[in-house]
Ligand binder design. Structure first.
Ligand SMILES: Nc1nc2c(c(=O)[nH]1)N[C@H]1C(S)=C(S)[C@@H](COP(=O)(O)OP(=O)(O)OC[C@H]3O[C@@H](n4cnc5c(=O)[nH]c(N)nc54)[C@H](O)[C@@H]3O)O[C@H]1N2
Ligand SMILES: Nc1nc2c(c(=O)[nH]1)N[C@H]1C(S)=C(S)[C@@H](COP(=O)(O)OP(=O)(O)OC[C@H]3O[C@@H](n4cnc5c(=O)[nH]c(N)nc54)[C@H](O)[C@@H]3O)O[C@H]1N2
Ligand SMILES: [Mo]
Length: 755
């Protein structure tokens, strides 16, 4: 681990810094050669899908794209370290609860199923069949299937997601919370309302034709590194790239492409963006509103498109005209002149893509912001033409696919009917619990069994202490996982850790031939993936095998022949092909190079909204965004909780955040120098972060070091998940119910920790 220090980073994104980091990570994982081999197949048409992110794969050019964080994701999974029986004999659960996220996962891969033994406070081995019986017994013992929760993380592939939701629904519940509830839910809701489909409309090709690309609230240098290549190529051919980010993120400023040898040798790099705006947290809806104001004023509308395909433009025009520039400037923290310049770029462009991620979706008014983005695109007909459209940049590599497969606590009526028709059963309707309401339900005793398909529920959710108490009150908690994490330590009365095969590993049929799994990327491309490594332990099972094992014990094999599904995933895909639109001939099409495109009706200008038209919204700007509401009370700041360069969500690979200049530590809070002075603090000082406590729940995260940083006044930043205890469970987005992870009210208190 590096010595803790702050050291500003002068290089471009990627470049030599990335190559050096790759070397360090490969040697730490202890399996360098195997890793390299796995990597060479990374993202190739017949290879395996990188578990790193959901950015699309290019159709031409080199199919191997270098990506530092892809290497980290792969080497983390192919590590030679193992969590074995001796490990669990050595450490009690209480002891491991004191470890941080890095130390837990760094123990290596889980190797066999374990059951919590309360008397000894330890996990002890259990046979697979006993573990599956135990789950079925617990589920059968519930008074009502709605007392069970089936949580999915976006790591799960299509086949496990489909069987998991099928299991839940046939058992009798729609309680299918997923990580999407904390992530792009607002995009799904907003796009669904406006355009009829909750997914993005662009393909990678569109990036080659766009004349302007706007990126709102995302940090691709860390979280979607392969997107940087796309942005830079666009910029090189004269496309305007406008970055709108509260922080100056290096990846959005400059990028050195490790694929280009000459550039690397001369230490060169290229600019990625032509304009960079740094709004206050939550100020984006106001920016887009300001841009729309300019578009109306200059009559730069696509009148034909608006007349033919849309509804509601007059009401929208009225609300835009009624919004004062003073409000727009106050909420965004930007000047009218800056916003006008961005609008002029938008007006000059005949084909515009707008991308966004968590900086847009994790606020109270996120759904309204997504709709405002769509409004802006509609004004100039930027939906359903080449080089233009919406691009919510997804997180987990298969988070979009999991929803397509029916992991949805609010599944639409047609989906129930399709399942009923195919399986000849009748299913319960109604909404199940999402992530936040699942925590409330456990807290109230209404849910008593929690089963997690991948992920780290206890750490990823908001209000950590509240969530941990809720999980602990369950009869049974179960986690299908690859690595040890905090959720395993927050045990119900009974608790199981079920170790599964990871994506880099071969998942073989009984006869030894490999199974194929499938995933869907941000551009709705569905493709196959098969691992090449030997599984980390002979006792691992695939997610599908575990789910089907529970299914058979709980529901028998009359309706679904679970064991047949587990034997050959082609059979699962045949059922998906019958149930889910767009998947006909699934098994053949997914074996074509690069798979197939699910399509998006919006790209054809077909809108399956209630009216059949693309809908303008006319929401007023929020009365005030959080930083304005807090300004009146002294000492409060708005905190965004974000990712460092060395983490994948709750998986912490290391303690460096290279581009932000942080070495060897994670407990830092980035503050504007004026805030530091105003609050009578000093750069480098240690403080505790205190959240809102009006509801009587203490919310405190201890010992963070102040880092003076280029962030707007009143807007602080610190890493997730260490800051999750600060986010009140009820602080959620309107209509999305997503925790407001990018606008958390905090104040700073003296820390017991000394320098
Ligand atoms: N290496 C790596 N890759 C990942 C992940 C990972 O943890 N590590 N996570 C995956 C997942 S699940 C997801 S969802 C994505 C997340 O991808 P991102 O959305 O890029 O993730 P965050 O780190 O949360 O970054 C939020 C960015 O938005 C900016 N921002 C925050 N609030 C605002 C705001 O109000 N307005 C504006 N304009 N900007 C704002 C922040 O400064 C930051 O740059 O990445 C995926 N890929
Ligand atoms: N404060 C704050 N909170 C946030 C966010 C934020 O920006 N700020 N972001 C939110 C977002 S966008 C998301 S998507 C969620 C993420 O929420 P989750 O998806 O629940 O969390 P991860 O950290 O991705 O899960 C990591 C664990 O997954 C398991 N795992 C890894 N690979 C596999 C696999 O192949 N199979 C199986 N079965 N298990 C595997 C490992 O055991 C690992 O410990 O967090 C959310 N929480
Ligand atoms: Mo996410």
């Amino acid at each position: 681990m590096s010595k803790p220090r702050i050291e500003s980073y002068k290089g471009p994104a990627a470049g030599w810094g990335a190559l050096k980091a790759v070397g360090t990570h490969l040697s730490h994982s202890g399996a360098p050669l195997a890793n390299v081999r796995a990597l060479l197949k990374l993202n190739q048409p017949d290879g395996f899908d990188c578990p790193g992110c959901a950015w699309g794969d290019p159709e031409h050019g080199s199919s191997f794209e270098f990506c530092e964080n892809g290497v980290k994701a792969v080497s983390w999974e192919t590590t030679s370290k193992r969590v074995d029986d001796a490990f669990f004999e050595r450490y009690t659960v209480s002891e491991m609860k004191r470890w941080d996220d890095y130390r837990l996962e760094d123990q290596g891969r889980l190797t066999r199923p374990m059951r919590f033994d309360r008397a000894s406070d330890r996990y002890v081995p259990i046979e697979w069949s006993d573990a599956l019986d135990l789950i079925a017994d617990h589920l059968r013992a519930l008074d009502d299937p709605d007392q069970a929760l089936f949580y999915t993380s976006g790591k799960a592939c299509n086949e496990s997601a489909y069987t998991f939701q099928l299991l839940a629904r046939l058992y009798g519940t729609n309680n299918l919370p997923d990580c999407s509830n904390m992530c792009h839910e607002a995009s799904g809701v907003g796009l669904g309302e406006a355009l009829g489909v909750g997914k993005g409309s662009v393909l990678l090709d569109d990036f080659e034709r766009a004349e302007a690309i706007f990126s709102f609230g995302q940090n691709p240098g860390t979280n979607h590194p392969r997107m940087l290549g796309t942005l830079r190529e666009a910029h090189e051919r004269g496309c305007e790239v406008v970055a709108i980010n509260t922080l100056k993120e290096r990846g959005l400023e400059r990028f050195a492409d490790p694929q280009r040898k000459f550039e690397m040798l001369r230490g060169g790099s290229e600019a990625v963006s032509s304009m960079y705006l740094c709004p206050k947290l939550g100020g984006d809806m106001a920016i887009v509103r300001g841009m729309a104001k300019v578009v109306f004023e200059r009559d730069a509308l696509d009148h034909d498109f608006i007349a033919r395909y849309t509804q509601g433009v007059d009401a929208y025009r009225a609300v835009v005209e009624a919004t004062a520039w003073e409000t727009i400037e106050a909420q965004s923290g930007l000047s009218r002149a800056e916003i006008t310049r961005a609008a002029e770029i938008y007006i000059r462009s005949n084909a515009t893509i707008i991308c966004w991620a968590m900086g847009i979706t994790q606020h109270e008014h996120s759904v309204a912001s997504v709709r405002e983005i769509v409004n802006l695109l509609l004004l100039r007909g930027n939906i359903g033409k080449p080089g233009a459209g919406t691009c919510p940049v997804r997180g987990h590599s298969n988070v979009q696919g999991d929803r397509t497969m029916g992991v949805n606590e609010k599944a639409p009526e047609w989906f129930f009917q399709a399942l009923e028709r195919y399986y000849g059963v009748s299913l319960k309707r109604g909404h199940g619990h999402d992530t936040v309401s699942a925590i409330r339900a456990m807290r109230e005793g209404a849910c008593r069994v929690f089963i997690g398909l991948a992920g780290n529920f206890a750490r990823a959710t908001s209000d950590s202490n509240v969530c941990e108490a809720a999980l602990s009150s369950c009869n049974l908690t179960v986690h299908m996982s690859t690595k040890l994490n905090r959720s395993h330590l927050v045990t119900g009365r009974d608790a199981l850790i079920l170790p599964v095969i990871g994506r880099v590993e071969t998942d073989a049929k009984a006869d030894g031939t490999p199974q194929l799994i499938t995933v869907e990327d941000s551009m709705s491309m569905v493709h196959g993936s098969a691992g090449i490594q030997r599984p980390a332990s002979p006792m691992l099972r695939s997610e599908v095998a575990v789910i089907c094992g529970i299914g058979e014990r709980l529901l028998g094999s009359q309706v679904v022949d679970w064991m047949a599904l587990a034997e050959d995933y082609d059979r699962i895909r045949d059922q998906i092909a019958e149930v889910i639109p767009g998947f006909s001939d699934f098994n053949r099409r997914v074996r074509e190079p690069r798979g197939f495109w699910l399509g998006n009706p919006g790209a054809r200008r077909e809108f399956s909204t209630a009216s059949g038209f693309a809908e303008f919204s006319s929401d007023p700007l929020p009365e005030a965004v959080l930083h304005q509401r807090l300004a009146r009370e002294t000492g409060w700041l708005t905190l965004q909780t974000l990712r460092s360069h060395d983490q994948y969500n709750t998986t912490v690979y290391g303690y460096d955040d290279r581009y932000r200049g942080v070495k060897g530590m994670r407990r830092v809070i980035f503050l504007n120098p004026n805030d530091i002075e105003r609050l009578g603090l000093k750069d480098g000082q240690w403080v505790d972060l205190v959240g809102r406590e009006e509801d009587g729940v203490p919310r405190r995260a201890e010992a963070f070091r102040i880092v003076s940083y280029d962030t707007p006044e009143g807007c602080a930043a610190a890493y997730y998940p260490e800051t999750n205890p600060l986010i009140p469970l009820d602080s959620v987005g309107i209509k999305s119910n997503t925790p407001n992870s990018k606008s958390v009210a905090v104040r700073l208190a003296p820390s017991a920790r000394l320098a």
